[in-house]
Design a protein around this ligand. Structure first.
Ligand SMILES: NC(=O)c1ccc[n+]([C@@H]2O[C@H](COP(=O)([O-])OP(=O)(O)OC[C@H]3O[C@@H](n4cnc5c(N)ncnc54)[C@H](OP(=O)(O)O)[C@@H]3O)[C@@H](O)[C@H]2O)c1
Length: 267
């Protein structure tokens, strides 16, 4: 029987555990957390088990969902147990900036590892998750995709692209929320009640994003389709261009990427 253990049940570990419990029988899932009450409460809600890090590390899939800076101490405590295992298991890390090789080094063996990069919309099944793997079989990769299917869209990419991807879809939600907030401020300035302004802005962004994905059209062509000649929208486009909107967003991605690289070198 395949068992799935989680070490760390915070924002992201909890969100991914929630999705995994939709794809597999929750009895096969065990949650561990430094503050055990957090794992116990989530386990009670999802109908799965809670236990210790050692119990989670005895599962067929071991999801590592602690902060990157907590990973060395947590894995070093589990090293002897992992080394003594005779059965096959896969480690799954979601720690920003820690490479597959680094996770193998910290865990003390060349174990099969999947490195995934989720984002917060995964908590409602609308995530974008990139992943890369080392030492897994095609069957294990396919099984991982089935386990994570309820978390959102999955894409396997080379590890060299993970940092860039994480700066678009991992950091991106923060900038999307800034955009929604700013749109809502504009709506309020024009007389809309705040709650309606936020609802309209958020649904507009969700719908526009779905249209990009479903139509396959270039965002520029979809933008052109909204701009009637001599109309209001093109006036807003003109103003955003004057204020270097697209350049600022592009630079935000590059700034996040530079920081990610710096943090990676510091580890
Ligand atoms: N949040 C995001 O948008 C995002 C996106 C991509 C990747 N990630 C990655 O996801 C991982 C988790 O991030 P997060 O945002 O979920 O952080 P978080 O909310 O702080 O959750 C981390 C959890 O790990 C627990 N923990 C810490 N040390 C532990 C240990 N030694 N043994 C067992 N549990 C331990 C903490 O327990 P306590 O309850 O005691 O604090 C906490 O519940 C990070 O590696 C991060 O890089 C996050």
């Amino acid at each position: 029987m395949e068992t799935i253990g989680f070490i760390g049940c915070g924002n992201m570990g909890g969100a991914i555990a929630r999705a995994v419990c939709k794809a597999t029988a929750p009895q096969n899932v065990l949650l561990a957390n430094r503050t055990p009450e957090k794992a116990q409460a989530l386990a009670a809600e999802l109908g799965c088990k809670s236990g210790t890090n050692a119990e989670a590390a005895a599962c067929s899939w071991v999801f590592l969902a602690v902060k990157p800076q907590g990973m060395p101490a947590m894995l070093s405590a589990l090293m002897p147990q992992l080394a003594a295992r005779k059965d096959r298991f896969v480690l799954v890390t979601m720690a920003a900036g820690l490479s597959l090789a680094r996770i193998q080094a910290l865990s003390g063996g060349r174990y099969p590892v999947i490195r995934m990069m989720p984002n917060t919309p995964a908590s409602i099944g609308a995530g974008m998750i990139q992943f890369c793997a080392e030492g897994t079989t095609p069957e294990e990769t396919a099984a991982f995709c089935r386990l994570l299917a309820a978390a959102g869209r999955l894409d396997e990419i080379p590890e060299s692209l993970i940092d860039a991807a994480s700066c678009v879809s991992g950091c991106g939600p923060a900038w999307a929320y800034q955009f929604i907030e700013a749109l809502a401020d504009g709506g309020v300035a024009c007389g809309l009640p705040r709650a309606k302004a936020i609802e309209y802005a958020a649904q507009m962004l969700a719908g526009s994003a779905s249209l990009v994905l479903e139509s396959g059209q270039h965002p520029g062509a979809l933008k052109d389709a909204v701009c009637s000649p001599g109309g209001s929208t093109i006036q807003g486009v003109r103003l955003l261009e004057q204020r270097a909107f697209r350049g600022a967003v592009t630079d935000a991605v590059i700034a996040a990427y530079d920081k990610t690289k710096d943090m990676g070198q510091a580890k």
